[in-house]
Design a binder for this molecule. Structure first.
Ligand code: ACO
Length: 446
């Protein structure tokens, strides 16, 4: 709310009106009282600007490093109640979607707001499936990467490069263009991921198979060797699809915020998605699943778990896959993933690191250090074990997160673009540096 609007009133000290939907603030520097509207349990940060000591001052700001308590948008996509461990896409619980939906149907839901009817789903699936091929030139520069290049680095570069192949993607306020880039992004992410993986193995690329499901085709492009037709194991295909559903969106996390922030400059969606993928790469975000596996390998045996937990409590290291900015309860995705893991282990054999993970979890859930800080397993704690059992190298783990998250990123980006309240993202700062000082010539500097 702009301070000049009638809804914002400066009230004289001692005469502050009582109202259910306003916040009364008294500035003790001046003795002035302010009444600020409350909407959806928030105040508008710009309403604070009217609070000043001298008229020519900039006015009060809120200071919130890392957005701990700042809503940057209004959204209708994903709902999280971190204390209760609830996650819903467009009002549907993650538990029900994981059980009854497919990734492509869920992606449609996230992007369009409603579940598709039969013909809408068929059309959507057709378009995604028919945008899985990548330009042969993209293959050429994937080939240019070093043999041990991290696949996330390859993905970030390749996604950004797609914008040069589709210059019409810059037409971001054209609905048809946005839809086309959506098909391309969701369709091509598994292809780029699989090609990055095959490049690291020195294996020829396996092209998409339009007869397979989204997850099945991904497995085909990853693992097909000399067989004429690759047939994915249905349990593994289903497990991957469920994992994709669980990772499809997670409201205003680091990478969604990167997507919105970069997209707010009105750059094309490929460039914004490359930025979001880069954000996801970090070990505190989507790279955590990779770190969990490295941590479990480092612990090495059940006997070493107590000593490792001791080091965590001493602040020497972190229990990766534990803790979350929003969940202060069991991450609902981690609960579902434990069931998915059982199905995968039945086919692929029990991952020997599972016992170490379970022991870490058992100790942590009883230990006051973790309990008092509300540190519970997050989505990444068990995914790595499943991915490893399915035959993925550790470096592919964050890639397996980026593929399904693409639908969430695009939904967040589109919501931002169409929101009349949004502008280019440009936070303020509290400047604590030098005041104006004269330039010192080189020979006068100490
Ligand atoms: N192991 C040990 N201690 C932890 C952990 C952990 N995994 N996570 C948080 N803590 C401690 C912090 O040291 C801090 O302790 P203090 O109060 O004594 O200083 C306290 O818990 C609060 O932690 P913050 O860092 O303030 O919590 P924040 O919300 O900023 O961080 C984060 C959340 C980044 C996820 C953090 O819990 C973490 O680093 N976890 C490990 C990495 C991880 O698993 N990331 C994946 C997150 S899920 C996702 O992105 C898909």
């Amino acid at each position: 709310m702009n301070p000049t609007t009638p809804e914002t009133q400066v009230a004289a000290e001692g005469t502050t009106r009582m109202s259910r939907d306003t916040l009364s603030i008294t500035d003790n520097r001046t003795g002035k009282a302010y009444e600020i509207p409350i909407k959806n349990d928030t105040i508008h940060a710009t309403d604070l600007r009217q609070i000043k000591v001298k008229p020519d001052e900039f006015g009060m700001m809120s200071y919130d490093p890392a957005f701990n308590n700042t809503a940057l948008c209004q959204s209708k996509i994903t709902f999280i109640d971190g204390d209760k461990g609830i996650l819903r896409y467009r009002g549907y619980s993650i538990e029900e979607l994981a059980e009854k939906s497919t990734y492509l149907e869920t992606a449609y839901l996230i992007l369009h707001g409603e579940l598709p009817n039969r013909s809408q789903l068929e059309e959507w699936t057709y378009h995604i499936t028919h945008h899985t091929f990548i330009h042969e030139s993209v293959k050429k520069f994937l080939d240019g990467f070093h043999y041990d290049a991290h696949p996330m680095g390859m993905m970030i570069s390749a996604i950004a490069a797609l914008s040069t192949f589709y210059p019409e993607a810059k037409d971001i306020f054209n609905k048809d263009s946005r839809r086309k880039q959506t098909y391309r992004l969701i369709g091509k992410m598994p292809t780029l991921a699989a090609f990055s993986y095959r490049h690291s193995l020195g294996m020829p690329f396996a092209y998409p198979d339009n007869e397979l499901s989204y997850a099945g085709n991904f497995l085909n492009m990853l693992f097909k060797t000399s067989e004429l037709k690759y047939r994915p194991n249905p349990t593994l295909e289903h497990a991957l699809d469920v994992l994709f559903i669980l990772h499809a969106d997670h409201e205003q996390n680091c990478s969604a915020n990167a997507m919105r922030c970069v997209g707010s400059s009105h750059v094309d969606p490929f460039s914004a998605t490359a930025a979001a993928t880069a954000a996801l790469y970090g070990p505190l975000h989507g790279g955590a699943n990779e770190e969990v596996l490295r941590m479990l390998l480092e612990i090495g045996s059940l006997a070493n778990v107590p000593a490792f937990i001791k080091r965590v409590k001493a602040g020497e290291t972190k229990l990766m896959g534990f803790g979350h900015r929003v969940y202060k309860n069991y991450d609902p995705r981690a609960r579902i993933i434990k069931h998915v893991a059982d199905g995968v282990f039945e086919i692929m054999g029990r991952n020997p690191l599972l016992n170490i993970a379970l022991e870490c979890e058992r100790i942590a859930l009883e230990d006051d250090y973790f309990v008092s800080r509300k540190l519970y397993p997050n989505v990444d704690f068990y995914t790595g074990l499943i991915y490893q059992s399915m035959g993925f190298p550790v470096t592919m783990f964050p890639v397996l997160f980026a593929i399904p998250r693409t639908s969430g990123w695009i939904a967040q980006w589109e919501e931002m673009l169409l929101d009349p309240e949004q502008k280019i993202a440009r936070p303020r700062q509290v400047y604590l540096g030098y005041d104006l000082r004269p330039y010192a010539p080189l020979d006068q500097r100490s």
